[in-house]
Design a protein around this ligand. Structure first.
Ligand SMILES: CCCCC/C=C\CCCC/C=C/C(=O)SCCNC(=O)CCNC(=O)[C@H](O)C(C)(C)COP(=O)(O)OP(=O)(O)OC[C@H]1O[C@@H](n2cnc3c(N)ncnc32)[C@H](O)[C@@H]1OP(=O)(O)O
Length: 311
């Protein structure tokens, strides 16, 4: 019964051979997984289970065939900022791993230690047309839906700074291990005169609780690793050179839990937010487009860029 969750077809197969099939059937009927749900997609992986077709090298993927643990390394120098190409590569990589029946877990990390991800590429929202920023935002939504809604064990191995969109990626994972030291993490959007969208704010609330999230979001706080651990924003700290090894050990513990029960439990708790974004996708795109192209916001972004360059 507790076989891999590969998509709708294998779930149906598992149900038909299972004595407890009725229970699971009722579960899936009750939760009515939507069209983008990882649990509904049909697997398309090749015979050897590898289908990593990214045409660029901004995302590097390696997979241990024995354990089924894939490591996804962001590789967009100098700071892994999330531009359109990066968002598309990440999404396609997450989806390919999702559909790879031999993959059970994903570790997300940076190829360049000291910076996990600097967040959205600010240049993608600076003096761009409304249509361009709308398309950019949709790419972010789609990437997030694929990571947050993944059946896999997802672990962020945060080997450096992780502001804004870096924190968004981390919060979309199941567990976060961060490098000790001077590195920071948080949702600092308000410092750029931006407002984090409802789905991102909600993940912060879900992870650190209402009061702390409300405060952190309002002041756009960036926390050191120690403070982030104290708040529960990350789950564990490790010396920077050990972050990957600690992540692999932690994943192995998680993989002792039967995949199906773990993934269904995860989906049951994440489905409301996934559905809410799917339902309000266009409204969310419009808000982003209208907000970011406002002249006052463009001036704030320009000032922020100048501050970054002058650093
Ligand atoms: C309901 C309302 C809806 C409205 C919604 C509106 C907005 C929603 C936003 C939602 C979510 C996400 C937002 C974001 O992610 S915004 C981006 C925020 N990111 C940051 O604030 C981080 C900025 N970067 C840094 O703090 C540092 O670069 C660092 C990550 C700590 C790394 O430091 P260091 O290693 O010293 O590198 P440098 O600072 O020297 O940077 C190297 C070059 O990279 C450029 N850079 C850095 N970050 C970015 C970025 N995010 N985008 C574009 N470019 C970036 C930096 O300027 C340097 O360029 P140079 O070499 O040409 O000088």
């Amino acid at each position: 019964m507790y076989s891999f969750i590969l998509g709708n077809e294998s779930i149906k197969m598992a149900l038909s051979v299972s004595a407890g099939g009725r229970v699971w059937r009722k579960f899936f009927k009750t939760f009515n997984f939507g069209p983008n749900s990882a649990l509904k997609r049909f697997p398309t992986c090749t015979a050897n289970g590898r289908l990593y077709s990214s045409s660029s090298d901004n995302v590097l993927v390696s997979k241990d065939e024995k354990s089924g643990i894939a490591t996804v390394r962001m590789n967009n120098p100098p700071v892994n900022s999330l531009n359109s190409a990066m968002l598309v590569s990440l999404r396609s990589c997450f989806e390919e791993l999702e559909n790879d029946k031999s993959c059970r877990a994903l570790i997300l990390t940076s190829q360049k230690p000291k910076v996990f991800c600097a967040g959205l590429d600010i240049l993608e929202i600076y003096r761009k047309s409304p249509d361009y920023v709308a398309q950019f935002w949709e790419k972010l939504q789609d990437m997030w839906l694929s990571l947050y809604g993944s059946r896999l064990v997802t672990m962020a191995a945060i080997n450096g700074h992780s502001p804004a969109g870096g924190c968004l990626l981390s919060l979309a994972c199941d567990y976060r291990i961060m490098a000790e030291g001077k590195f920071t993490i948080g949702l600092n959007e308000t410092q750029l005169d931006l407002v984090a969208p409802f789905w991102l704010r909600q993940t912060m609330v879900d992870v650190i609780g209402y009061r702390q999230a409300e405060m952190a979001l309002m002041i756009g706080a960036l926390y050191t690793s120690n403070k982030a651990l104290q708040l529960g924003l990350v789950d564990k700290l490790a010396p920077i050179e050990d972050v990957q090894t600690v992540a692999e050990e932690e994943v192995k513990n998680w993989l002792k839990i039967p995949d199906q029960a773990r993934a269904i439990t995860k989906m049951a708790s994440r489905k409301p937010l996934l559905d809410e974004l799917r339902k309000r996708k266009q409204e969310d795109i419009q808000t982003f487009r209208d907000e970011t192209t406002r002249e006052s916001v463009q001036i704030s972004i320009q000032q922020y860029l100048e501050k970054l360059k002058a650093k």
